[in-house]
Every structure is written in structure tokens, then in C-alpha cells.
Design a protein around this ligand. Structure first.
Ligand SMILES: [Zn+2]
Length: 372
């Protein structure tokens, strides 16, 4: 779309470095679009107006195109961004600022992480949250209990250090171990630290299925008790049994906003969600981390109990099989990628009843887990 041209006299410096003409400008402030030219000088917008006069080093005719500020992607998992400093997939979508560290998983040493731009400049701006799950794992591994005073103090210290080093808030992933082992008061205690730095609370809530309303209430309670804005990540109704409950969910959020709490939500731009196979397992199975879980599953009675719980949970959501769960990446057998769990059970075991499907889930967890 570029058409270059500097028509100023030789030797005279042009008025602008860049002049974008005839664009449909969407300024991101919630206004309707308007048609304008935008002039840039020294890396900053110098003028916005109709039919701007003046010479520019480069002129772009944006007739029929939309001109907008770079998008901020508030929900990313881009801890590996310094391995992909061009961030082409984001830039091509117009995303120029990434927020990573979501869903309870982040780097712990935020200063070191953000400082890497000196060695490896990025094409995008980068912000990170400090994640509760990562901090908890550092301090108390995968213990399924409340922290003692010393452990909570250490978690607060790590969170405060991260905020001093430039983190923009606290994230939780309350369906993921070890975040799932935390009660609300533990999150409030850490959120208060973040509030004192002016940070936000971003949460992958404790439940996005049958108990999503309670989970929204918990997120709002944390914001109100700690005194900081709340961002609910990838808001959804994951249980078909609750489809249609969006009005009630949004009602809770609107009511909190009316009370004065800043609550915002983000949403996928598609009708699927992405998570790990591990999230299917009951919380108690995961205490102590993967090695303990694998030991537990080796006991036939425990294994049967887990399978029974998986089936009960499936049915409570109004589903009759695991065909909704599609494998995105399974390292132990790439042939499973793109197939759903019923197909995989059939492929691996020659049968696909619920016993075979749940057996398949446990086997795949034992073989390293899968991205779903
Ligand atoms: Zn998440």
C-alpha cells in the first residue's frame, strides 16, 4: 500500500517523516471511525486532520484501509518471546504490545526477563504479570494446603520484588495446580501487595464450567477486598449445562462495576479454548506434582476412583463423551495431534467406551501430558 514520495525542494527538510493519507481512523478511544490524514515526525504523531498540507519523506495512501493504534494483547503466554524477537505473527495482526505471565504462570525474576531486551530488542512492547502459581510453586512446591506465615511472607516478598521490577499485576490460574490449592484469602493477601504498586489482578478463574458464577464472585471479591482492578481472562461458559447463563455472568460483572470496582473481561476470538490435559484430572490427584500423581495412578483402586470422577464430571456438564476434547500436541505420539479423545481411545485400544476414554486420558497424562 506504500507509495513513497518526497516532493519538497532539495536540501530542505520535509515537514513530516511519514504522512498517511485518506485513512479511516479508529482511534481506540471508543469513538466511531473518521476519515483523516495522520502525520508523523520524530516517531510521534504530529498532526491529525483532513487533507493535511506539507511534505513528508514517505507518503502512504491508505484509501479504503483502517488506521488504528497498535493493539494490546492482554492475554498472552509469550515467556519465549525473546526466541522470536520479530514477533511476526503479532505484528501482522496489528498487535504491538504483549502482556504475558497470564493464568498463574510467569517468570519469577521479572527484572532479568524484561532486561533481556537490551541484548535482544523486540519489535513489540512487552509487559508481564507476576503469576501466583509460579510464586507458590517456588515457595511451597505442589503442597495442597494453605501456606504457613513464613511461606506467605516469602510469596509476598517475591510478588513485591516483581512489581518493583516492572510487573503490571498479579495473575492466577485457579484451575491449575498449584494455584488450585490456594484459598481466596491467600490470593487477597498477594493482591494487596500488587494493589500497593497500582497493579491489576488478572485471573483464569477457579471454574469456567458449572460453577462459573461462583468463580466470578470470587474474582470480584478479591478485587474488592484487595482494592485493585480485575481482569477476567477468556470469559466463557464451558459447560453446555450452563449455556445461556451469560446474562447472569455479565450481570455480576455489571453490578460490581456499578459498585465502583473496575472489572473487565477478555474473550477468545474463536469458539474453542486451549489448555492442558492435566486440567481434566481431579485436584487431589495432582498434589505433590507429576511424580506423585503418577505414583497415585499406579494403584488400581485410586485409578478407578479417578476414572469414576472424570466420568461424573463429564456427565455433570451435560456431555456424554470426551469427543469435545481435541489434542493439539501430544509429544509421545504425534499421530494423536488433531484427533479427539474418542478417536484416540479407538486407535490405541480398539474400543471407545467411557472406560477406554478415561483410561486414555490417564495413560496420556502418564506419558507426559498433552496440549489440548
Ligand atoms: Zn488461562
Amino acid at each position: 500500500m506504500a507509495s513513497a514520495g518526497f516532493d519538497g525542494a532539495w536540501g530542505r527538510s520535509p515537514d513530516y517523516d511519514l504522512l498517511i493519507k485518506n485513512a479511516r481512523v479508529v482511534d481506540g478511544a471508543g469513538n466511531p471511525w473518521f476519515r483523516a490524514d495522520v502525520a508523523v515526525k520524530d516517531g510521534r504523531i504530529a498532526r491529525i486532520g483532513r487533507e493535511l498540507a506539507g511534505a513528508a519523506r514517505q507518503v502512504v495512501n491508505a484509501e479504503g484501509l483502517i488506521l488504528a493504534p497498535g493493539f494490546i494483547d492482554v492475554h498472552g503466554h509469550t515467556e519465549d518471546i525473546f526466541s522470536y524477537p520479530d514477533a511476526e505473527n503479532f505484528i501482522r495482526m496489528g498487535v504491538t504490545t504483549l502482556v504475558t505471565g497470564n493464568c498463574g504462570a510467569s517468570v519469577i525474576d521479572v527484572g532479568e526477563f524484561l532486561g533481556r531486551y537490551r541484548e535482544t530488542p523486540l519489535t513489540v512492547n512487552l509487559a508481564t504479570l507476576i503469576a501466583h502459581g509460579s510464586v507458590r510453586a517456588r515457595v511451597m512446591q505442589y503442597a495442597a494446603r494453605a501456606p504457613n506465615d513464613a511461606e506467605l511472607a516469602e510469596m509476598k516478598r517475591l510478588v513485591a520484588k516483581a512489581m518493583e521490577d516492572g510487573a503490571v499485576g498479579l495473575s492466577t490460574g485457579l484451575i491449575y495446580a498449584p494455584g488450585s490449592f490456594a484459598k481466596t484469602d491467600e490470593i487477597v493477601a498477594l493482591a494487596k501487595v500488587v494493589a500497593s504498586f497500582g497493579g491489576v489482578y488478572a485471573t483464569h478463574m477457579r471454574d469456567e464450567g458449572n460453577r462459573v458464577l461462583e468463580a466470578i464472585e470470587e474474582a470480584i471479591a478479591i478485587g474488592e477486598q484487595a482494592g485493585l482492578p480485575v481482569e477476567i481472562s477468556h470469559l466463557k461458559v464451558a459447560s453446555p449445562r450452563l449455556w445461556g447463563a451469560s446474562d447472569r455472568m455479565l450481570g455480576l460483572i455489571r453490578a460490581a462495576r456499578a459498585r465502583g470496582l473496575e472489572v473487565t473481561v477478555d474473550q477468545y476470538a474463536y469458539t474453542a479454548s486451549s489448555t492442558s490435559l492435566e486440567t481434566m484430572l481431579p485436584n487431589w490427584t495432582l498434589e505433590g506434582g507429576r511424580p506423585e500423581a503418577v505414583k497415585r495412578l499406579a494403584d488400581p483402586a485410586t485409578r478407578q476412583k479417578v476414572k469414576d470422577e472424570l466420568i461424573a464430571s463429564l456427565k455433570s456438564k451435560g456431555r456424554s463423551d470426551f469427543s469435545y476434547a481435541v489434542v493439539a500436541f501430544y509429544g509421545a505420539n504425534l499421530n494423536y495431534n488433531g484427533k479427539h479423545l474418542v478417536e484416540i481411545a479407538r486407535l490405541a485400544q480398539g474400543k471407545d467406551d467411557l472406560d477406554a476414554q478415561t483410561e486414555q486420558i490417564l495413560t496420556m497424562y502418564e506419558q507426559g501430558g498433552a496440549g489440548m
